[in-house]
Design a protein around this ligand. Structure first.
Ligand SMILES: [Zn+2]
Length: 330
């Protein structure tokens, strides 16, 4: 990415042990030192990649002046504590994400998550394996950094770039993007990705309607005159309105598919298996289920589905009048 390096900015690709095998972090050279944006998981391959990047650019740990995090997910936040430990740099994240990181990563949310899985029809054995995966993930986000809150609308210096902090809730409740108005660069984190759609998930202790948040954030992003999007996964790209329109269409279709399946009567796990199929890893089942739930609650909140608890499991059905309309269409 030669264009970026003209601005003293670098993409630093970090490995991930998943099918999505990398996360793009960024580093910016500035007068006051280097600033990093997102950090990767805290595990050997990430630490090695940061060390190699630092060696290549002659950066000593104490030259790192600040670390910005788009959101609290492990592949972005995970190595922030380690980087702070070696550099002493402040770690900035939005206040909503700071409180989510506290709630999700520090407190014991395992019981709540287990409950959510079983209330949505996930077989106990699968639930146990999913939670083992979550427990393993928790080891890759330690140590936790001391966090400094970042306010929406505030302007920060990422090296030579002056960026506005844009609150873009949806993928996570307090996700932020960094927008450099002068050059039209949008560091989009996981909010806007080129090939895959951002995972929109319902989690215990987080926003009850994340898909509505995401669709509202997308519409706002579409109005930015950004020239280049620098995402956390995949290649950089231009054409924000076109990409936003594709994602809006994806969620409209997904909502309609999920509404049709759930209208026949199903729990979230059954809907999830029908939408995503059987070829998912346990790591992916967790995301597929919470993504299905985000769509189900969106439909339920708009009166397009009904839910009731039967024997401890939430069971979705269609609206009577709508079922009849569809019956008549046939
Ligand atoms: Zn994420």
């Amino acid at each position: 990415m030669t264009e970026l390096s003209r601005y003293g900015a670098y993409q630093v690709k970090m490995p991930l042990p998943f099918r999505l095998d990398h996360v793009n972090c960024y580093a910016f050279r500035g007068e006051a030192g280097w600033v990093l944006l997102d950090t990767g998981l805290n595990y050997g391959p990430t630490r090695q990649a940061w060390m190699e990047f630092m060696a290549e650019h002659g950066i000593r740990p104490e030259n790192i002046a600040g670390i910005y995090i788009t959101h609290y997910h492990p592949d972005h936040y995970g190595a922030a504590g380690w980087l702070q430990e070696i550099s002493g740099a402040p770690v900035y994240m939005s206040d909503v994400e700071i409180s989510l990181a506290e709630k999700i990563w520090r407190e014991d949310t395992v019981a709540l998550m287990m409950e959510m899985l079983s209330e949505n029809g996930v077989p106990a054995g699968v639930g146990v394996q999913i939670m083992a995966g979550v427990a393993e993930m928790r080891t890759r986000i330690k140590p936790h950094p001391r966090l400094t809150p970042l306010a929406a609308g505030e302007t920060v210096h990422l090296g030579a770039l002056r960026c506005r902090v844009l609150l873009t809730p949806g993928h996570s409740d307090g996700h932020v993007c960094f927008y450099d108005e002068e050059n039209g660069f949008l560091f989009s984190g996981d909010h806007l990705l080129p090939r895959i759609s951002s995972n929109i998930s319902l989690w215990p202790r987080s926003h009850p309607d994340p898909l509505a948040n995401f669709l509202a954030s997308l519409a706002e992003t579409s109005r930015l005159p950004a020239k280049m999007v620098l995402p956390a996964h995949g290649e950089y790209f231009a054409g924000v309105p076109g990409r936003v329109a594709e994602l809006q269409a994806h969620h409209r279709e997904r909502l309609e598919l999920i509404r049709r399946i759930a209208s026949r009567g199903a729990n979230a796990y059954q809907v999830c298996r029908e939408v995503f199929g059987d070829g998912l890893s346990l790591h992916e089942v967790r995301f597929a289920l919470t993504e299905t739930l985000a769509h189900l609650v969106y439909l339920e909140k708009r009166g397009l589905l009904k839910t009731e608890r039967v024997d401890g499991v939430f069971f979705y059905t269609g609206r009577k009048d709508q079922d009849q309309e569809e019956e008549e269409e046939r």
